[in-house]
Design a protein around this ligand. Structure first.
Ligand code: MLT
Length: 330
């Protein structure tokens, strides 16, 4: 090759590298210059979806772009997590998930992603209490009556959940193990449709987050057997805790985090973190969440380091419990 051609090629390569670097710096500095997709791993109209839609608007305002909520449902949230793990790490695909992110590695024999290796962390979001509910015309009126009823009827009693790894499933499993009984589980793609069926009388029981259930409880459209928190909830002061009715140590709260695919540039993560903090400090968001007793985590937890720590400790907590119980999904 002639010297001139070699020189031209080198200059060309140099130019290409420089413009690529300039382009990517520019892209990060300019981020976001189009809509951001927030992937929700459960059905529209369910509790995760509700929190996502609530924060999407103020996050979008802070980012200067629309945050579009996309429901990618199925397999207890793992289809959505797989989609996000494989997405371009450019900050245009973000992901909200609850503690299912931590239980999936032990629950699923073949998980196509590693929650601890394939994601970047934006921050923790909210902690959501749960409540054990029955259909309105279900005979038992309180926990004592429910315990007697399930002893007599065992697997004839149906309990809905949002699939393996969902918090509704974990809460149901914990309840069954404490009562030493096997009920018939009915999986849905989210507790949105599960709650619709509970209201319609198609399933007997559902342990759901408080997000959409408080108004149905207050208007007696469901039977309520107890909340899963250590103390009673200010939104439902007349509903006893499961603990105070004898189920000592029965405590489940659905913690949530916001993630991006591994390799998302730090500058982009910083912008997303700021947008999340702004959304969680928004007075309207706070008051809407408070109506359902949903706690915004302290701002010191709305950080990548805190979410990473939380996920690691929950993976280590749930792994041995699930493996010991032998609760596996395909
Ligand atoms: C949902 O959004 O449907 C729930 O978070 C599902 C669950 O985990 O129970």
């Amino acid at each position: 090759m002639k010297l001139r051609n070699r020189l031209l090629m080198s200059i060309g390569a140099l130019f290409a590298t420089t413009s690529f670097l300039a382009g990517s710096c520019y892209a990060q500095g300019n981020y976001p210059n189009k809509a951001v997709t927030l992937v929700v791993p459960f059905s529209a109209g369910g509790p995760t979806d509700a929190v996502a839609r609530l924060i999407a608007v103020p996050m979008g305002k802070e980012l200067g772009q629309t945050v579009i909520v996309e429901n990618t449902v199925g397999a207890g949230g793992t289809i959505a997590a797989t989609r996000v793990a494989r997405a371009n790490p450019d900050g245009y695909t973000i992901f909200i998930n609850h503690m299912g992110m931590a239980t999936a590695p032990a629950l699923y024999k073949k998980l196509p992603y590693d929650p601890l290796k394939d994601f970047e962390y934006i921050g923790q979001v909210v902690d959501v209490p749960m409540v054990l509910l029955g259909r309105k015309n279900f005979p038992p009126n309180n926990l004592k009556e429910l315990e007697a009823y399930i002893k007599a009827n065992k697997e004839k009693v149906t309990i809905a959940n949002a699939g393996p790894g969902s918090v509704s499933q974990l809460c149901g499993l914990l309840f069954m193990s404490r009562e030493e009984v096997e009920l018939t589980s009915v999986p849905y793609k989210g507790t949105g449709p599960a709650l619709t069926d509970l209201l319609g009388g198609q399933v007997d029981l559902l342990c759901d987050q408080t997000t959409q259930t408080v108004s149905y409880i207050k208007s007696n459209m469901v039977k309520t057997y107890g909340v899963t928190t250590a103390k009673r909830l200010s939104a439902l002061p007349n509903v006893p805790t499961l603990q105070e009715q004898g189920l000592k140590g029965f405590e489940v709260k659905a913690w949530h985090g916001l993630y991006t695919p591994k390799g998302t540039p730090p500058a982009v993560l910083a912008k997303l973190n700021k947008a999340l903090q702004t959304a969680l400090n928004n007075p309207e968001v706070k008051s809407r969440l408070a109506e359902s007793n949903i706690e915004v985590v302290p701002m010191s937890k709305v950080t990548p380091a805190s979410l990473k720590e939380q996920l690691e400790s929950e993976v280590n907590k749930w792994g041995p419990i699930i493996r010991k119980a032998g609760a596996y999904a395909d």
